[in-house]
Design a protein around this ligand. Sequence first.
Ligand code: NGO
Length: 514
Amino acid sequence: MNTNTILISGIVAMLFLAACTHRTPTDLTQNSFIPQPASVIATGDAFKLTSTTVVYFQPGVEGLEHTAVYLAGKLIEISGLTISTEAADKAPSKGIYLEVSDEDAGLGNEGYDLNIGKRLITIRAGSLAGCFYGSQTLLQTLPVKDAEGDEQIIATGTVRDFPEYSYRGMMLDVARHFFSVEDVKRVIDLMAAYKMNVLHLHLSDDQGWRIEIKSWPELTTIGGSTEVGGGEGGFYTQEDYKEIIDYAQERYITIVPEIDMPGHTNAALASYAELNCDGEARELYTGTDVGFSTLCAGKDITYRFVEDVVSEIVALTPGPWFHIGGDESHVTSPDDYVFFVNRVQEIVADHGKKIIGWDEIANADLLEGATVHYWDDVENTTMGVEKGAIVLMSPSAHSYLDMQYDSTTYLGLHWAGYIEVDKGYSWDPATMVDGVTKEDILGVEAPLWTETVTNMDELEYMVFPRLPGYAEIGWTAPALRNWDTYKLRLADHGKRFEDLEINFYRSPLVPWNN
Ligand code: NGO
């Protein structure tokens, strides 16, 4: 062998090795999971996903087959392999097996145990949601798309995992700019991949009313007819809303509907003159000011209106919450505000839902089970806790998805500051507000307000790559969270974003490798 041959065979061997290391990942702990699981143990071997792999599910557990079909569908999408589903009473000797069992109480409501053996993968959880999250973790061991469409190798090991908070949400403002059912479904899919479980829909504001209310039809025919900037707006029919609810439910996401009141109501006040104290309908509004509108707290018809709206929405909404807004009611007198919020809480409670309201609602007499949604005012929030409420954390300076990344971001606002990806990630809900501890906190939500966000491309640019960080804050214990390691995992997700055609912001703080 001459030196050249040695050199060439050396290079070939190195290339082969590099290809092998790429194609046979056998160390599960090296996988870039987001959110970081509670524990990952590697066993150093490999499971091969082939066209003979079957996703089995325990029979007699309603809903589990659906998760099996979802998982098989994703595996087919990824690999191009034919992967079927089948019921099986007990774990088979090979394949993938989904099982719901209450044996491991330590996993809680949403936890799971994912065991990847050389021949068999099991996902065991105490609930259907847990099986779904275990499936999402398994899917993160694979690319989202394999150009070659052939067998896939998965590193063996065990993931035992459960969330820090039970509410891991995102909010979408469909009032300032309207987003279609298809858009909302895409948002739901992207959230589900990161184990988020609540989508809060901001369904009404000064610029638009976005949900059909059959007993007050002009809310949508008039109030839904425009948006910020004067575009044509739009609204969800009740069937559309149901379609969103069902789609979300299949992905273990609860929809929280918000009707913002008594302020932020110009669209309603333009639709029905009688809701105004002076009896005169307002003009439709397409600007971006806040705090200039109010329902008339002293009129009976106001509460008939709220009753009708709440009852129609509640009838379509399986989740436990109804969000009553309550923010920035600057032209409602303090007494009227308290009177109004107290009455509206009763209406919502009479319909069997728990209320959530922006932190200002702490000024009212909160009903048991109320959630104060912290966004701005620390005093309101601690007052809410003193009155027995729990807290949903959306600190505007850390979690608002409409805040610009930096001064060059072409969209968004910056009244609460700039939120680069590290700032969005590096905070702990349990130490955010003095006197509000983990026990007082329901969870975390990242709101996307859409004054400046007009379409899906723009939405994705503001939401990604920050959303996975909020998902991790909601899911992973603070002791396991650290920006320096998170940014490397996030970098690996860049390829996933690209394959999913997400228009994401390539933050210079993240060492993207795609
Ligand atoms: C505020 C305001 C919204 C704006 C948003 C913009 C809350 C709770 N009320 O947050 O109406 O759209 O800021 O960032």
